[in-house]
Design a protein around this ligand. Structure first.
Ligand code: MSP
Length: 663
């Protein structure tokens, strides 16, 4: 009987359904996907799970605003998350929703176990409560206003179930000591250990003031409160109460952002200890991707969306950038400039160029076949050794979640191959038998190196390495290649090369950034859909705004929709070009009540000087945005004319007062 492969269970957090994925969420999911592919190539039986966290007051409110039942709201949002992950090629083995029946049963079962073991009791919870928003305000003191509506909060006491977290101080500290690898990276571990050493308070795990939650059986109106519900999803995803049948629990690694590490390394192991269930093996906390030095958030208007990047540069480019740019575990800045720079240098000029050069030379000299190498010279052996050594080094770095360093090591080999070709100059060799043989050796060596690099980079660059794999005439699936069997010298002479497919076409930086930004802006505030046909929720457009995807876009809008757009007459005060952005002009515009800075994509059609003093139509109530790093607070209205969409500014034939509203 075949031996069962060793299992490896990876999780991403389950994401809140009050918004849609930005680069931060994408980061965690990309890392999980990379690990999933990597572990498979190391021979593990891998399961990766992701999902959506669907209960709570925020959902109650959002559903009310959208005038649909909560269940419909979360169904649409979950579908939108799932569809976007699929589109980005980030397909988990299980997608758990906290409204799934198995999950509901698992939460109730975990609670029962904790209660039976004596770790749950009824008590009273007192907090500041906003009666208008029906929600507690965390950390508020008596007299503090509600941060959402500004009205005074009230001190409210309600009956809750409490979890005896205080009983787990010692067991947790012992556990961290016994399993020093449990919390990663090391700096986070120190943080958590000192937090637990400081003493643990019991935790309120149910609420009677929330409706939209999992009921505590026989104890209605109690529903489970956020983290008891959410964390349990990791167990529900692999069988819940019947987890032993599936054989995947405990998780091998929970991937999380640093903001939620405490829940995962203190609450979660304590819940499991109380229920006497196996504990996860590791929690790995990554840092944040920052935009303009701040954590991304919709309200700050600084979110970066994954889809426009994937459309413009390919998903592999985004994956590569996220893992290469920042040391896993630390914070890092996201910038389009750095993204496109890396794309051009490492992907287009690096791996892409090596693959296309190799293919072209093999085509020209060996009729598109892998040649049989002649006698290896010391420089060939040196390159072979470098590639062979890289295999061990790269695997070790992947194992330690040192993704940036793994990629650095792979790209070190790519650079060595470029140097080798430059020195050996196979193109300068003639047609004598000796020279033919030398050419064959050089090109076989380069192709073999490309094969090794391709396999090693596959977990991070699944799409492009699959193309190179086919190019190298391989008929197997690259994802099924066993990394443990990878050695220098396995490329069989005589194989016919596959068709060359462009991998990473070079892009012009400012143009690429402008196109990505334009797509992102469109996604953040989509134009009203023109198509009147009913669209099923599953394929409804996903917007980055966090607005619930429409079930059926309306054909006509009512006057109340139109009046939401506030347009006013403005007068241009100053206008200048923006360095590095060929299409944009930076304007200051007087809108009657204030002077606004607004960017307009009209630089190719209007000279800045010609605009000064001109009266224009301004949409004044758009959320501010950054375009090429410049804040734009409003939008100038223009007609889009002809096939190339030439902008023609809207204006007036009569004199109009600055600040007048358009109705
Ligand atoms: N629902 C909870 C998790 C429950 S897990 C049992 C939650 N959801 S979340 O949608 O707000 O965030 C999910 C993850 O995205 C977190 O790990 C968070 O750190 C990560 N990120 C959100 N913004 C981020 C960045 N800007 N950068 C990197 N990751 C960040 O929390």
């Amino acid at each position: 009987m075949a031996e069962r492969k060793e299992k490896f269970y990876i999780t991403t957090p389950i994401y809140y359904t009050n918004g849609l994925p930005h680069i931060g969420h994408t980061y965690t999911t990309v890392v999980a996907d990379v690990l999933r592919r990597y572990k498979k190539m190391r021979g593990y039986d891998v399961v990766m799970t992701t999902g959506t966290d669907e209960h709570g007051v925020n959902v109650e409110r959002a559903a009310k605003k959208a005038e649909i039942p909560e269940s419909e709201f979360v169904a649409r949002m979950a579908e939108a998350w799932r569809a976007l992950w699929d589109e980005l090629g980030l397909t988990a083995d299980e997608f758990v929703r906290t409204t799934d029946l198995t999950h509901v049963r698992t939460v109730q079962w975990l609670f029962k176990l904790c209660k039976e073991n004596g770790y749950v009791y009824k008590g009273h919870y007192t907090g500041q409560y906003c009666i208008y928003d029906n929600a507690y305000v965390n950390d508020a003191k008596p007299g503090d206003p509600c941060p959402d509506c500004g009205r005074p909060t009230e001190t409210v006491t309600e009956e809750n179930y409490f979890f005896k977290l205080s009983a787990f101080q010692k067991p947790l500290l012992d556990f961290y000591k016994k399993y020093p690898e449990f919390i990663q990276p090391e700096t986070r571990k120190n943080e958590i250990v000192s937090f637990v050493e400081g003493g643990l308070k019991d935790l309120s795990i149910t609420r009677t003031t929330i409706r939209w939650g999992i009921p505590v059986p026989g104890e209605e109106p109690h529903v489970f409160y956020v983290w008891f519900d959410a964390l349990t999803a990791y167990l529900s995803a692999v069988g819940g109460p019947e987890y032993e049948k599936r054989g995947m629990w405990p998780a091998d690694v929970h991937l999380v952002g640093k903001d939620i590490i405490r829940f995962h390394t203190v609450y979660w192991p304590a819940f499991l200890m109380a229920a006497m269930l196996p504990l996860p093996k590791q929690v790995w906390a990554h840092g944040w991707f920052l935009m303009d030095a701040a954590k991304m958030s919709k309200s700050k208007g600084n979110v970066v969306l994954p889809r426009p990047i994937a459309h413009m540069l390919g998903m592999d480019a985004l994956r590569y950038f996220l893992l290469r740019e920042v040391v896993f575990g630390q914070d890092g800045n996201f910038s389009y400039d750095a993204l496109v720079t890396r794309y051009n240098s490492d992907l287009a000029n690096g791996l892409g160029n090596l693959a296309s050069r190799t293919a072209a030379m093999l085509e020209k000299n060996f009729a598109g076949k892998v040649p049989k190498p002649g006698t290896a010279l010391p420089q060939d052996n040196a390159l072979a050794k470098e590639a062979q050594n890289a295999i061990g080094e790269v695997l070790e770095r992947y194992d330690r979640f040192e993704f940036a360093r793994a990629l650095e090591a792979i790209w070190g080999v790519v650079a060595a191959a470029d140097k080798y070709l430059t020195t050996e100059q196979p193109w300068a060799l003639g047609n004598s038998p000796d020279e033919e043989s030398r050419k064959a050796t050089i090109l076989w060596t380069t192709a073999e190196l490309l094969r090794i690099v391709t396999v090693l980079a596959h977990p991070v660059l699944p799409e492009s390495t699959t193309k190179v794999w086919r190019l190298l005439g391989q008929s197997t699936s690259i994802g099924a290649t066993e990394l443990d069997g990878l050695r220098w010298g396995q490329l069989a002479p005589g194989l016919s090369l596959g068709k060359f497919q462009a991998l990473f076409p070079r892009v012009e930086k400012s143009e690429a950034i402008e196109r990505i930004e334009a797509m992102a802006n469109e996604e953040l505030s989509p134009r009203p859909a023109a198509a009147p046909t009913a669209t099923p929720a599953a394929s409804a457009p996903v917007t980055g705004t966090g607005a619930v995807p429409a079930a059926a876009p309306a054909e006509k809008i009512g006057i109340e929709d139109f009046t939401k757009v506030e347009m006013r007459v403005g007068q241009v005060k100053t206008a200048e070009r923006i360095v590095g952005a060929d299409k944009l002009l930076k304007l200051t515009v007087d809108i009657g009540t204030e002077i606004r800075q607004i960017c307009a994509g009209i630089a190719q059609y209007y000279e800045p000087e010609s605009l000064i003093g001109r009266k224009v139509v301004v949409v004044v109530n758009l959320a501010p945005r950054k375009l090429r790093g410049v804040e734009s607070n409003g939008m100038i209205v223009a007609a889009s004319v002809g096939p190339e969409g030439r902008p023609v500014l809207a204006g007036f034939h009569e004199d109009v007062e600055v600040g007048a509203r358009l109705k």
